[in-house]
Design a protein around this ligand. Structure first.
Ligand code: MN
Length: 230
């Protein structure tokens, strides 16, 4: 029997760690939707505390800080969503809220880029969000700041400027589901593991991005992300 010839390799996704030459290997990217009341309201959605919205992006959707972000194909309505991102160095299933933060390696700031036109069409038909959320280059991410340096922030300003104009501005203390509850609930649906990232939802003020726009996301005291839509 002849052996198949595999003449390619696939690069493993990873993220930068602030102040270190080491890389954080990325396994999966989980996201929660509708985690700030004013954003849920601006999207015309209600918040169901019993049933949070989760979705995923592929690990190779990451874009590093300071890198051009390609304007995606198949959309006329690319939207920014600035979010705090949690990086895990361990995991499990059925994690208790009280134990959840022990699994956190660190924190970052990222953009959950969204093809809003495709999402609206999917919502209207009750279809999945994959094409709206999980496209190439849809997850720009700052370097990860280790919790061993900064602890576990419960409150911090989360902002996004586009071309120097403030578009989104909140405090992570306003999240409906806080980080321990997000991790506990996710771990009832998926086994969380080292290398997982969790985007924790966006505040109000989402809006369109165009080619040439310069984005500057910031989670005060934790991380910053800069990029340009190319
Ligand atoms: Mn989001």
């Amino acid at each position: 029997m002849t052996q198949p010839i595999v003449s390619f390799s696939v690069a493993a996704a990873s993220a930068a760690i602030a102040g270190s030459a080491a890389r954080f290997p990325v396994r999966r990217i989980f996201c929660i939707g509708r985690n700030y009341a004013e954003h849920a309201a601006e999207m015309g959605a209600s918040v169901d505390r019993g049933n949070p919205v989760f979705f995923c992006k592929p690990a190779d959707a990451l874009v590093a800080d300071g890198t051009d972000i390609p304007y995606p194909q198949a959309t006329q309505e690319l939207h920014h969503e600035v979010e705090m991102v949690v990086a895990l160095h361990s995991g499990g299933t059925d994690i208790a809220e009280a134990d959840a933060l022990a699994h956190v390696f660190g924190y970052a700031v990222g953009l959950d880029l969204t093809r809003r036109d495709l999402q609206a069409a999917a919502k209207a038909k009750g279809l999945p969000w994959d094409t709206a959320k999980a496209f190439d280059h849809s997850a720009p991410l700052s370097a990860i700041r280790p919790a061993s340096e900064i602890g576990h922030p419960r409150g911090a300003a989360l902002t996004l400027e586009v071309n120097g104009t403030l578009r989104q501005n909140t405090d992570i203390a306003q999240m409906i589901f806080a980080v321990p509850e997000i991790l506990a609930r996710l771990s009832r649906l998926f086994e969380l593991k080292a290398g997982d990232l969790v985007f924790t939802g966006t505040p109000a003020g989402v809006g369109p991005l165009a080619r040439g726009d310069v984005v500057h996301a910031r989670l005060a005291g934790v991380a910053e992300l800069r990029g340009r839509i190319a």
